[in-house]
Design a protein around this ligand. Structure first.
Ligand code: NAP
Length: 249
C-alpha cells in the first residue's frame, strides 16, 4: 500500500520543478492530488504527466479570489484536504540599491502573502491528522548578495511554521518547512540575470554545497513525502534542510 493511500493532497505550483516532482510522488504513493499554477498549458501538461490521480486548477496564489476558487473546487471534488504543500514561489535577484517597490511587492506578494492565504483558506477543509509543508529555502538562513528580499520572504515562511505549529496543534495538524538548497529547476531562468551570469552563479553555488552538486527535484519530493506522511507523526515545527549539507557543514 502507498504511503499516502486515500489521502487528498493540494500542491500549489505543481506544474513545474519541485512541485511537479512532489505531486508525482504523492500520486504514486496513492494520494489524489490537486495542483495549481498560473500558466494553463504547463498545468495541463503536468496533470497529464501525473496521471488519473491528478486534477489541475489554474490560479495565482497572490490573488485571494483564485484561492477561493481553488478550494471551492477541492471541496466539490474531494470534500476535504489531508496534505497541503504550499510550494508556489518566485525568485528574483536584486542588490539592495536596485530593489524597487515592484520587486519587493512581487516577492512578498507571492512568497509571503500568497503562502499565508493559501494555508488560511485551506483550513476549513483540513482533516484532523493532516500535514502542512511550506517551501522555504536555505536562503532563509544565508546572507548572499542580491538575495535580500527573496531571503527575507523565505525567513518569513520559516517563521510561519513556528506560529502555525502552535496554533494548529489542537486540530491535530502538523506544520513543517522544507528548505531546499540549489535544485535544478526552471526557476534559475527567471532570476532576472543574463544566461552567462546564471551559469557562473550555478558554478559558484555548487562549490558551496558539501555534496558538490545541485539537487534534483525528486530529492526534495522525497523529503516532502516524509514530512507529509504518518512517518513524521512526531515531527512538527521543523525546517528540514535538503541541501547537500549547505547549511549544516
Ligand atoms: P519552478 O520550476 O519555477 O516552479 C514554480 C512553480 O510555482 C510553477 O508551477 C509555477 O507555475 C508556480 N507559481 C509561481 N508563481 C505562482 C503564483 N503566483 N501562483 C501560483 N503558482 C505559481 O521553481 P521551483 O524551483 O520548483 O520552485 C518551487 C519552490 O521552491 C519556490 O517556492 C522556490 O522559492 C522554492 N525553492 C527552490 C529552490 C531551487 O533551487 N530551485 C531552492 C529553494 C527553494 P506558473 O509560473 O505557471 O504560475
Amino acid at each position: 500500500m502507498g504511503k499516502l493511500q486515500g489521502k487528498i493532497a493540494v500542491v500549489t505550483g505543481g506544474s513545474s520543478g519541485i512541485g511537479l516532482a512532489t505531486a508525482k510522488l504523492f500520486a504514486a504513493e496513492g494520494a489524489k492530488v490537486v495542483i495549481t499554477g498560473r500558466r494553463k498549458p504547463e498545468l495541463e501538461a503536468a496533470v497529464a504527466e501525473i496521471g488519473s490521480n491528478a486534477f489541475g486548477v489554474q490560479g495565482d496564489v497572490a490573488k485571494l479570489d483564485d484561492l477561493d476558487r481553488l478550494y471551492a473546487e477541492v471541496k466539490a471534488r474531494h470534500g476535504r484536504i489531508d496534505i497541503l504543500f504550499a510550494n508556489a514561489g518566485l525568485a528574483r535577484l536584486a542588490p539592495l540599491e536596485a530593489v524597487d517597490e515592484a520587486h519587493f511587492d512581487l516577492l512578498f506578494g507571492v512568497n509571503v502573502k500568497g503562502l499565508l492565504f493559501t494555508v488560511q483558506k485551506a483550513l476549513p477543509l483540513f482533516s484532523a491528522g493532516g500535514a502542512i509543508v511550506l517551501n522555504s529555502s536555505v536562503a532563509n538562513t544565508k546572507g548572499m548578495p542580491a538575495f535580500g528580499v527573496y531571503s527575507a520572504t523565505k525567513a518569513a515562511v520559516r517563521s510561519f511554521v513556528r506560529s502555525w505549529t502552535s496554533e494548529l496543534k489542537d486540530r491535530g495538524i502538523r506544520v513543517n518547512a522544507i528548505s531546499p538548497g540549489p535544485i535544478e529547476t526552471p526557476i534559475f531562468d527567471t532570476l532576472g540575470l543574463p544566461a552567462e551570469q546564471v551559469a557562473e552563479f550555478g558554478a559558484n553555488i555548487s562549490q558551496s554545497v558539501p555534496l558538490g552538486r545541485f539537487g534534483r527535484p525528486e530529492e526534495i519530493a522525497a523529503a516532502v513525502l516524509f514530512l507529509a506522511s504518518d512517518a513524521a507523526s512526531y515531527v512538527a515545527g521543523v525546517d528540514l534542510y535538503a541541501d547537500g549539507g549547505m547549511v549544516a557543514v
